[in-house]
Write a protein that binds this ligand. Structure first.
Ligand code: KIV
Ligand code: ZN
Length: 523
């Protein structure tokens, strides 16, 4: 398979942005996405102009394989790759999944720390060295773009890592990634590790060095910058910093740090920064995890000046307290958008400005929902529009469809709900009572779906102000070892709650049994 390697050939001051929102990010509880949602994110990543997209872990489940395959055939510009352990069957699945990509790649990893070798892999250093080299050679027979990672690099012995990296480079690896898998490293230490490896590995100057940091001690971005200062020219990161445990390096933070402090860092990347805010909001909507208000770059307060003295300064000259321009991140200057007189064209335009590709949703239905909302509230905000658009993305290929909810409650009677769902084309109804209207409604839904998952989290958020606001409900349900999130948006909170649960149950159905091995299981 020929591979033009678009991201290998770059000037020395270019830092490649490798996005792993759809793999490491998706791995964290409650961030599960269905194929259509992943494609919507992947398209937005392409608009962001990321260099590499890790689309999933093809061997982990048929669903993951399918997502990687679909993303690979959908995108044009970035390298699309799949994660893979060193096992033959993993490598083969990854290669098959990216076969149709314009720029296919594979990311092979194995742990190199003694802790992992002894307790997780039960392998000797010699075994690991051999497994890594054989896997890289196997992949290399089919494609050129092979990345190799030393899992738990920051707790591995540097001399052993230097040996294994020299071997995989000889076998053909083009990118060497040194992850801080446990988020244990401090910046100076991680920087030294990169410097050491670049000095001691044979062929070090023929490969791209990459950093992949986790945020357990809140150091992921600082560690990534330290790696860059010591020669790394690729950063692996996720939108909103989602990922295992405390998350991964946040893309928006590392990218804006490079841009804002170019004076010190002296490097550049290819990210279209005005797509950052739409990407952040799209992901937050899809996974139902709101962005904390104080989150750097994309939080609601990131550019809000509350103190009088600050407001005074900003009014006189923004430079007094603003180190970045909100418009550079794509934050709309005017959050107030459309209303009941807005036409379909204006609606589609706004969707595009917010990073939603109209081709990926049922525009007809979304526009009807928008008009419906306009009848209920005077002002429709960007977040309302995103909620409507994502409502459409979520509802593709559903097993269950909500048809009707009728609830009754008073101070003297027990709350009751009657719910109708369409299941495989047939309408089914059930009634239940509960502690409140939402509880009753959920019990009725469980009866129809013949499922009894545990509700691990339930939260309601008013997307925009006022009692007529669109409410968004996020829930996290666990069934048969798998945790999935669901979201629903509606101006009626019971309806939004029902939509969220139905969305979660559809995800449970679309994911099938929890077959995915975590990347850290086995060689
Ligand atoms: O954190 C990590 O080590 C990983 C590897 C699989 C690259 O995610
Ligand atoms: Zn990771």
């Amino acid at each position: 398979m020929a591979n033009p390697n678009p991201v290998v050939a770059h000037a020395d001051d270019y830092v490649r942005i490798f996005d792993t929102t759809l793999r490491d990010g998706e791995q964290s509880p409650g961030c599960t996405m269905n194929v259509e949602e992943k494609i919507a994110i992947a398209r937005q990543l392409e608009r962001l102009n990321v260099d590499i997209i890790e689309a999933g872990f093809a061997a982990s489940s048929p669903g993951d394989f399918e997502s990687v395959r679909r993303i690979a055939e959908t995108l044009t510009n970035p390298v699309v790759l799949s994660l893979s352990r060193t096992r033959d069957e993993d490598v083969d699945a990854a290669l098959r999944a990216v076969e149709k990509a314009k720029h296919p790649g594979i990311h092979i990893f194995i742990a190199t720390s003694d802790i992992h070798l002894k307790y997780k892999l039960a392998m000797t250093r010699e075994d690991v060295l051999n497994a890594a080299t054989v896997a890289v050679m196997r992949a290399k027979r089919h494609l050129d773009y092979v990345e190799f990672s030393c899992e738990d690099a920051s707790r591995s012995e540097w001399e052993f890592m230097a040996k294994i990296c020299s071997e995989v480079i000889r076998a053909g690896a083009r990118i060497i990634n040194l992850p801080d898998t446990t988020g244990h490293a401090l910046p100076a230490e991680l920087g030294e590790m990169f410097a050491f490896m670049r000095e001691h590995v044979e062929g070090a100057d023929q490969v791209i060095w990459s950093a992949h940091c986790h945020n357990d001690l809140g150091m992921a971005v600082a560690n990534s910058l330290a790696a860059i200062r010591n020669g790394a020219r690729q950063v692996e990161c996720t939108i909103n910093g989602i990922g295992e445990r405390a998350g991964n390096t946040s893309m928006e933070e590392v990218v804006m740090a490079l841009k804002t402090r170019k004076d010190l860092m002296g490097v550049r990347c290819g990210i279209e920064t005005r797509q950052i805010y739409p990407a952040s909001r799209l992901l937050a909507q899809i996974i139902g995890q709101p962005v904390p208000p104080n989150k750097p770059i994309v939080g609601d307060n990131a550019f809000a000046h509350e103190a009088g003295i600050h407001q005074d300064g900003v009014l006189k000259n923004k430079l007094t307290y603003e180190i970045m321009k909100p418009e550079d991140i794509g934050i709309p200057s005017n959050k107030l958008v459309l209303g009941k007189h807005s036409g379909r064209h204006a609606f589609i335009n706004r969707l595009q400005e917010l990073g939603v590709d109209p081709a990926t949703i049922d525009v007809q239905k979304a526009f009807a929902a928008f008009k419906d909302l306009c009848d209920k509230k005077k002002i429709v905000y960007d977040d309302d529009i995103l909620a409507i658009a994502n409502e459409e993305t979520r509802r593709i290929a559903d097993t269950f469809e909500l048809v009707d909810v009728t609830v009754s409650s008073s101070t003297r009677t027990e709350p009751r709900a009657e719910v109708t769902l369409r299941v495989g084309g047939q309408e089914r109804s059930a009634e239940a009572s509960g502690d409140g209207m939402v509880d009753a409604c959920y019990k009725a839904i469980y009866k129809i779906a013949e499922l009894s998952p545990t509700l691990e989290r339930y939260s309601v958020k008013s997307i925009t102000g006022g009692t007529d606001a669109l409410g968004e409900v996020s829930c996290l349900v666990r069934d048969n070892g798998m945790t999935v999130a669901g979201q629903g948006a509606h101006s009626d909170i019971v309806m939004a709650s029902a939509l969220a649960l139905v969305n979660a149950l559809n995800r449970l159905k679309s994911r099938g049994p929890a077959a995915s091995p975590r990347p850290s299981e086995g060689p």
